[in-house]
Ligand binder design. Sequence first.
Ligand SMILES: [Zn+2]
Length: 318
Amino acid sequence: MMKMLLKVPQKLLKTTHYMELGSYQHWPVLIPQRIRLYTYEQIPPFLKENPYITGGYRAHLPSKLCLKSIFILSNETVNIWSHLLGFLLFFSLGVNDISTVLPASGANREDYVIYATGIFCFQVCMLCSVGYHLFSCHCSEKTSRRWLSLDYAGISVGILGCYVPGIFYAFYCDTFWRQVYLMIVLSLILAVFCAQVHPHYLSNDWKRIRTAIFCCVAGVSVVPACHWVCLTGGFTTDVVKLFLPRVMIMYLIAGSAFLFYVTKIPERYFPGQLNYLGASHQLWHVLVVLMFYWWHQTAVYIMRFRHSEPCPSQSWSS
Ligand SMILES: [Zn+2]
């Protein structure tokens, strides 16, 4: 009996853990047993990615505790939940649109396939990212790296999810160019997948090459975009006037997301103060969700347009 009484306060003591938040204050945070947080200096080298995030790291955890860590406040909490909520958003959008929006817009079978492909790619991208941010703290470096490559694969799938509906509706009246561009995009994404198998792909030396590859895959989209403007008859046509601003906003969101990602702004100016909230990777996550959402809405909009306005007979070969 005495033993039991002694055990209780000790257990309570263990669960309440004071950790450093930022560089200037201490907050009490409840942490499940056996999960402790580390500073940048304490974590294994393969987790050392951003020196401006000075603390709040999970490390050395087995799979079960990685999963449990979803409920604690660490420097990955916002990263995990932003894309988990993103996944739920795209899942519910998919269900809602396939059951109500598409039937109401007179969608045909092709529309359903293209639409479902896009929204499914977004969901895959979100889930891969959640998986990586949950399991990057795994005790085995190999497991952590595997999740990282899955995260990269997820980004490629997300980019594919943007391309497929974009190209399909931009070249709706021109089956030849539609097929050419879809084939090019598919081969590009496949090539990226193959590059990821390369043993050096995840190494720090290849960091710039990795970034360059993703920039190319996303940046190539300027070619079909310009081609689309030319084919439809230039900047004065109604279709271009209607959709070019939407495409430009898409580039703006993607560009700013990428800038935060590579420059590590704002935490580089406030090292240690944005460990839990407001770091560049979190901004990147939120902007990626916003970008996918924007592009998804644009796809629905252009699909409705294509069903209401028939293809012009001249200058389109089909
Ligand atoms: Zn991420």
